[in-house]
Design a protein. Structure first.
Length: 315
């Protein structure tokens, strides 16, 4: 019987139905990957991953549009048909701090660190601010309440002891409010370049400000730079300093090894590893070049089959 692969990118925002019970085992010959919101870098990368696996034998790959990393964690736990998802790794650190008994701490793992998501701090050029430390007491959008941006920016502000007047706006609304002078700055977390931020023009008189690295970030965030080449209309100098959060391909880790779902994950692992050399080739998103198959991600356990497959000697 001839096997075939069908890549499908469904423009569907999915809301997880939380039941408070463990995910039910289901015998589906498919892998469901939760990407990000429509128009986001996560969505682009998810679509490209599905396309790159075209020709994989035996199991269907379904890439779905989702919401935040926090929602994807719930989707992995409770929503049928979701096996993998793009998740910012600081979600686990936040759960350990806020909900130490959350089931995700025991039931989720990661395949690999696939790229970094940078923290962008955008301010007005006429506002007199060049760094996050200059934003004390300022009115700043931290994203919508459940977004990746809100979680990361609030953690960072707490760690650094910077007090701001936080407002909760979408990225689009934040940019508009910043242009009108209704707020002094905005945060955005996502892989650079972000499609929505590249639409900001020189005449908008906005710029990226520095977010310096602190020892308080160790084990959660990494030092990073965003270059003028990445955002020519937002970076006045050669680059700005910021931080990044590892973005991982998270996986539900409690399927029995004998189950069809677990076997699908092992086949996905083999196909993914074989595809990695092609993922970083143009015209795909440049973030694919950051894949690190052996990276250790603090607070997360690596999916055992994936770890063993990476270290297995090649024939």
């Amino acid at each position: 019987m001839r096997h075939f692969f069908k890549g499908m990118f469904a423009a569907l925002a999915v809301t997880a139905a939380l039941s408070g019970t463990a995910k039910a085992e289901e015998e589906l010959p498919s892998i469901g990957i939760m990407a990000g919101e429509y128009g986001s870098s996560f969505a682009t990368l998810g679509e490209e991953l599905g396309q790159a696996l075209n020709g994989w034998s035996g199991t269907e790959v379904r890439t779905m549009l989702g919401k935040s990393s926090r929602q994807t964690i719930d989707d992995l736990l409770y929503l049928r048909g979701v096996d993998l998802g793009f998740v910012n790794a600081d979600q686990m650190a936040n759960l350990q701090f806020t909900e130490p008994n959350h089931p995700a701490l025991a039931r989720l793992a990661y395949l690999a660190k696939v790229f970094d998501s940078e923290l962008h701090l955008i301010v007005r050029k006429d506002g007199g601010a060049d760094s996050l430390q200059d934003m004390n007491g300022k009115r700043i959008s931290v994203g919508t309440t459940t977004s990746d941006t809100a979680l990361t920016s609030r953690l960072v502000l707490r760690m650094l002891g910077v007090k701001v007047n936080a407002v909760f706006l979408s990225t689009e609304a934040s940019i508009d409010a910043l242009k009108r002078g209704e707020i002094d700055g905005m945060f955005y977390v996502g892989p650079a370049p972000s499609p929505i931020l590249t639409q900001i023009l020189q005449e908008d008189a906005l710029k990226l400000a520095n977010v310096g690295y602190s020892d308080a970030f160790k084990g959660i965030y990494n030092p990073a730079e965003i270059s003028a080449e990445t955002y020519p209309d937002l970076v006045d100098d050669k680059f700005v300093e910021t931080i990044s959060v590892p973005t991982i391909l998270a996986v539900y880790n409690k399927f029995p090894p004998s189950s069809a779902r677990y076997q699908n994950l092992t086949r996905f692992t083999d196909a993914f590893l074989a595809t990695v050399p092609r993922l970083g080739q143009p015209p795909r998103h440049p973030k694919w070049r950051e894949i690190d198959l052996t990276a250790k991600v603090d607070g997360w356990t690596q999916f055992e089959y994936f770890r063993n497959a990476v270290t297995r000697p090649s024939n």
